[in-house]
Design a protein around this ligand. Sequence first.
Ligand code: FEO
Length: 168
Amino acid sequence: MLSTKMVNAINEQINAEMYSAYFYLAMNSFFESKSLAGFSHWMRMQAQEEMLHAMKLYDYVNERGGQVVLEAIAKPPAQWNSPMEVLNDVLAHEQKVTGLINNLMNIALDERDHASGGFLQWFVSEQVEEEANVGAVVDKLKLIGTDTSGLFVLDQELGKRLPPTMAP
Ligand code: FEO
């Protein structure tokens, strides 16, 4: 059985993951409107991955006898000035999520909830990967600078991103 504090904290994280999905879906829509199909696809895969994160937490709360309480999801932004601005926002957002996951882990440790600590370790590792993946795209955009042909090559590369799967 999860403590009330732990359930509330995981419920907040479910909302944060769903907001992340919403945030990336807004970026998907933005890139779609700019005809950058690869960037758009990459954001859609990112949004799908966030829903999987949310549902992994959701299922865990149910499995441990808690109740998921869904809250309103905040409105994401809709406009950016450049692909670089979008990807910088993604990186900053993932860094923020890493902080949230670390706080969640701290609560599990404070509560002496080893099952939750073990469960959350997956998210700790996932955030390392998420930041690295986004950081790699930001680095490529920096190299590209104002070279439009480079942007189209990157767009094609991002279009090859595979749909997310949930590792155990
Ligand atoms: Fe669910 Fe991108 O962190």
